[in-house]
Each structure stands twice: as structure tokens, then as C-alpha cells.
Design a protein around this ligand. Structure first.
Ligand SMILES: [Zn+2]
Length: 219
């Protein structure tokens, strides 16, 4: 009886299945050895591998960007969901880590930022920031007088509205806008409270996220 095409294919598939099964088993049995071998191979040939990768990337630049675009599009929602979840779960940790990292590398971070501001992109970003700041000031109602500011300070007993620290000539008060200018607040006596530098920068552009401890303003 002649072997039909169907049988041939079946036989071939059988062998293939067996092989995958076998190679899987082989891999599981020798996992450590194989991993070690690959690692050693990588270390030995790292320069070659990197060079080849670079060459490949250069040759296929367009193809890779296209692939990345498709991948990002496909996984956009998943990725942003995952990052949000990760951020919420690790909020405190990451902000702590960020602070620690900043304190540790303060000098180099500042230096890098200064260098960035010297570049074309840095200058443009700086300009954009200044423009936005000027616009928010221009759009706000600006009526706070020096006398009103002194009255506010007195009302708060020369203390920070958020952490209650007392101001002195080393710890100067800053104007804090209860509703930030960037969110439609104004520079008026109704919208300004005294805050120490630390609370002011911690509050950033959130609306009273710290809560007022001292004084009469309520959310
Ligand atoms: Zn404070």
C-alpha cells in the first residue's frame, strides 16, 4: 500500500512532537549546565555579540521602529494600567527612593541639569517653562499688596499654614496659593497663605492636599 501524503505529514508531526518533548526534558534535566554554558559563551563573545546586535539594529532600523510601534500600540492599555498599579503600590517606596537618590547624587544631578540647560533642547524646554509661568501669572488676578501679605502673616502668627513651624530670618515665609495659579487660582489675599519652603514645594500644584492646620481656611 502506498503511503499517502497525509500519513507522511502525520509521521513527520509525530517525530517533531517527540523531539520537542525530548528537548524540553533534556533542557529541564540540564538547565543549570545549559545556563552556565550560555553565560560563559556570552561573556567570552560579548564584544562580538554586541557588535553584531548593533549592526543588525543599524541595518533594520526602520523595521525595528515599526515593530516597536505595533508592539506599543498593542500593549498601550496594558502597559499604562500596569504602570498605574505599580505606581500606586510603590508610591511611598519610589518617592522615598527618589529622595534618597537625589540626596546621594545631588551634585551630579544639578550639574547634569545645568549642562542640559546649555543644550538646544534644554534651552527650548526652559523657555517653554518660563513662558507657561508668565502666562499663568498674566491670566491670574493680581491684587495682593505688601500690607495684605503682612496681615496674613500676622493672622497665621508668623507660622507655616501647613506644618506650623515658626518663621525667622533664616526660615523665611513663602507665598502659597491655596488654589494654585496653574489651576485657576489668583494672587489675592483670599488665596494666599504663608508656607515654609519645604511645605510649599511639597504641596506643588495640588489643592490643599496637606490640609491647613493653623488658620481659618477650609477646603
Ligand atoms: Zn511648613
Amino acid at each position: 500500500m502506498a503511503i499517502s501524503r497525509y500519513d507522511e505529514v502525520e509521521e513527520y508531526m509525530e517525530v517533531k512532537r517527540d523531539r520537542t518533548k525530548y528537548s524540553k526534558q533534556y533542557y529541564l534535566k540540564n538547565k543549570e549546565r545549559i545556563k552556565k554554558y550560555h553565560k560563559q559563551y556570552y561573556i567570552k563573545n560579548v564584544e562580538n555579540i554586541l557588535r553584531k546586535n548593533k549592526e543588525y539594529n543599524k541595518k533594520n532600523k526602520e523595521k525595528i521602529t515599526e515593530q516597536k510601534k505595533i508592539y506599543n500600540k498593542k500593549n498601550k492599555e496594558y502597559h499604562s494600567k500596569f504602570m498605574k498599579k505599580y505606581y500606586i503600590l510603590n508610591k511611598e517606596d519610589s518617592s522615598k527612593r527618589g529622595k534618597k537618590n537625589y540626596q546621594k547624587n545631588k551634585e551630579s544631578i544639578r550639574k547634569r541639569h545645568k549642562q542640559y540647560l546649555q543644550t538646544k533642547e534644554g534651552k527650548a524646554a526652559d523657555q517653554r517653562g518660563k513662558f507657561r509661568k508668565r502666562k499663568t501669572w498674566e491670566n491670574a488676578i493680581n491684587t495682593l499688596t505688601a500690607q495684605e501679605w503682612l496681615n496674613i502673616l500676622e493672622q497665621y502668627n508668623y507660622r507655616c499654614a501647613y506644618c506650623d513651624v515658626e518663621f525667622n530670618c533664616e526660615l523665611l515665609p513663602t507665598h502659597d496659593h491655596v488654589i494654585p495659579l496653574s489651576k485657576g487660582g489668583n494672587n489675592t489675599k483670599e488665596n494666599v497663605v504663608p508656607a515654609c519652603q519645604s511645605c510649599n514645594s511639597r504641596k506643588h500644584n495640588n489643592i490643599l492636599s496637606l490640609g491647613v492646620k493653623n488658620g481659618t481656611i477650609k477646603v
